[in-house]
Design a protein around this ligand. Sequence first.
Ligand code: CDP
Ligand code: CDP
Length: 229
Amino acid sequence: MKQDLIIAIDGHSSTGKSSLSKIIAKKLGYTHIDSGAMYRAVTLFALNNGLIENQKVKVDQLVARLPEIQISFKLNSLTNKNETFLNGQNVEAQIRDLKVSSMVSPIAVIAEVREYCVALQQKMGKAKRIVMDGRDIGTTVYPNADIKFFITASAEIRAKRRFLEYQQEGKVIPLDEVLANVIERDHIDSSREHSPLRKAHDAIEVDNSNLNLEETVEHVMQILQKRFN
Ligand code: CDP
Ligand code: CDP
C-alpha cells in the first residue's frame, strides 16, 4: 500500500471479521485491533465483580467502576494474535466463553461503556496502519476511515462456523444454542440506541455466505490493491 491507512471492517457476528482483519493486517504489516474484545473484557469484569445478577446488569455500579478497568493488548509472536489483557491479566481465552458472549451485547448498549471503549479505540488508531474490526468502526469510531467493509452472511452459516470453532476447542454447545446467541446479538446490536450495527453509506458490502475465509481475504485484498496501489 502506498499510504498509511485506517481500514474499518464491520459486520454481523461470526462473519469472520476478526480472522479476516488479522490476516489482512499481517499481509500489510499493519496492527489488527479487535474492538469486540474490549466489550468482552468489560463484560468479564462485570461477571467477575458481581455486577450481573440473574442476567441483569447493575448498570450504575458498572459505570461507577469503569475507571478501574484497564484494557490492553499484547502481540503473541507464536500465534501472531493480539491478546487481550484486563487489569494486567491475560483474559484472551476467558472473553471468548459463551458466558461472556451471552452478556456482551446488553453491556455494549450502555452509553458510558461505549464512550469508554470508543475513546480507547480512537487512541489506538492514532498511528494509522491499522485494521480495526467491530460493529460501529466505519460509522462512529472512524467515520473518516480510508476504506470500510461491511461483512455479512446468513445466520445459519454463521452459527455453524461458530459451532465448529467451539467443537475444535473441545466445547460441546448445541447448534441451536449457538444460533440463538447469534440471532439475539444481531438483534440487540442492530436495535440499540447508541451507534447501532449498520452498514456505513460508503462501506463495501461483502456477503461471504458462500466464500471461505481464504476466498474472503482474496476478495478484500483485490479491492484494497485496486484502490490504493
Ligand atoms: O462474536 P463476535 O466475534 O462476532 O463478536 P465480537 O466482535 O467479539 O463482539 C462482541 C460484542 O461486542 C458484539 O456482539 C457487540 O454487542 C459488541 N461490539 C460492539 O457493540 N461494538 C463493536 N465495535 C464491537 C463489538
Ligand atoms: O469476528 P467474527 O465474529 O466476525 O468472526 P471470526 O471469529 O473471525 O470467525 C468465526 C469463525 O468462522 C472462525 O472459525 C472462522 O474461521 C470461520 N469462518 C469461515 O468458516 N468462513 C469464512 N468465510 C469466515 C470465517
